[in-house]
Design a protein around this ligand. Structure first.
Ligand SMILES: *Cc1c(COP(=O)(O)O)cnc(C)c1O
Length: 344
């Protein structure tokens, strides 16, 4: 956001259905996160993006929820549409160079996903940002990775160096080169932050990357077992995992249960917890969280996000989960549904 020159009064479009980090990044840049509703597949609604664009829009941050890629052809089509291009008001040098709204994928969930047969996540948007936090598919304990894929006339490798410098207080030398004989002199060339990834964490990440293909296979297997069991029940709505060339990174198994209320969903989770199965809810839409409520966001304006949230239960997915454990989770969910919904 800083590199793009986003500032107070600017607008950045984000999905209402995501982890708060997506909107917080915009707020930290001083700009306004314009939240839009999602679609039935959890991902940002392309139609809602189109309606939310104004002359102040500088960027759009779609999120590949649960690891399933958004519809980037359609989103890219919108920002390259003649009417939208004419509306765009560049202010910073970067914005002038780009000449349109920037598309930045919050790919926190979707490392290893495929946008299409030949395009892995990270190559389909101007910028894609992966999270390597401990709950994600692979980890560096904390940290992430940025993929740069900017069009001409941008120099992506030059920008890589510039961003690295920004993570080290905009200092022209890192501590290693500074401590070499005769290398004491350095400069500070902008207002950076100390937000670099430590080498130790990066080393963990490299080892994780090598293991990732086999870890991803394990996740896919678990998804398939869940799918093959729940598709026998007409009350179960399965999460999207592959469609039209897109393939998920199998990050979150977002099961939805048809025709239940939020309260029934909560009761089902209580029943599941009694069997010591830890499930989750992804996500509480941001307007339902105190800070965003105080800023004036209202969940009533996002009916699809609320519908998805109210009946969603994320089931455990991790490589060490055995087939017996997966079967136990499935049985537990089916029994909890029966107890709360059928026997009421
Ligand atoms: C985890 C997550 C983030 C933040 O990642 P960190 O590495 O913890 O900063 C951002 N967006 C989404 C959608 C996430 O799930």
């Amino acid at each position: 956001m800083r590199w793009l020159g986003v500032k107070g009064g600017d607008e950045v479009i984000v999905p209402v259905y995501t982890y708060s980090a997506t909107a917080l990044a915009v707020l930290h840049a001083g700009a306004i996160p314009v939240m839009v509703d999602c679609g039935e597949d959890f991902n940002i609604s392309v139609e809602a993006i189109r309606n939310a664009i104004t002359a102040k829009t500088k960027a759009i941050i779609p999120v590949d929820i649960a690891g399933f890629p958004c519809d980037y052809d359609a989103i890219m089509g919108i920002v390259k549409d003649e009417n939208i291009l004419n509306m765009f008001q560049p202010e910073s040098d970067v914005q002038h160079q780009l000449g349109r709204i920037l598309i930045m994928n919050d790919a926190a969930h979707s490392l290893g996903a495929w946008y299409s047969k030949n395009i892995p996540t990270g190559r389909e948007t101007d910028v894609a940002i992966f999270s390597l936090h401990a709950v994600k598919n692979i980890t560096t304990a904390e940290g992430g990775a940025i993929c740069l894929n900017l069009p001409e006339p941008f120099d992506n490798s030059g920008l890589y160096k510039e961003l690295r410098q920004m993570t080290l207080n905009c200092q022209t030398k890192d501590a290693f080169s500074k401590s070499k004989a005769g290398g004491w002199r350095y400069d500070i060339v902008g207002l950076g932050m100390k937000i670099n990834m430590a080498d130790v964490n990066a080393a963990i990440g490299l080892a994780q990357m090598r293991k990732y293909p086999s870890l991803l296979k394990c996740r896919k297997r678990i998804f398939e077992v869940y799918n093959n069991s729940f598709n026998k029940y007409d009350w179960a709505l399965l999460p999207p995992s592959s469609l039209n060339g897109k393939e998920s990174s199998y990050h979150i198994y977002a099961l939805r249960i048809k025709d239940i209320t939020e309260m029934q969903r909560d009761k089902i989770i209580e029943e599941i917890a009694k069997q010591d199965v830890a499930v989750n809810v992804h996500f509480i839409p941001m307007p339902m969280l105190s800070y965003f409520k105080e800023l004036g966001y209202k969940i009533e304006n996002y009916p699809q996000a609320y519908r998805n949230y109210a009946c969603e239960i994320s089931l455990p997915v991790y490589p060490q989960l055995t087939n017996e454990e997966v079967d136990f989770v499935i049985k537990t969910v089916i029994n909890a549904y029966a107890k709360v919904v059928l026997e009421k």
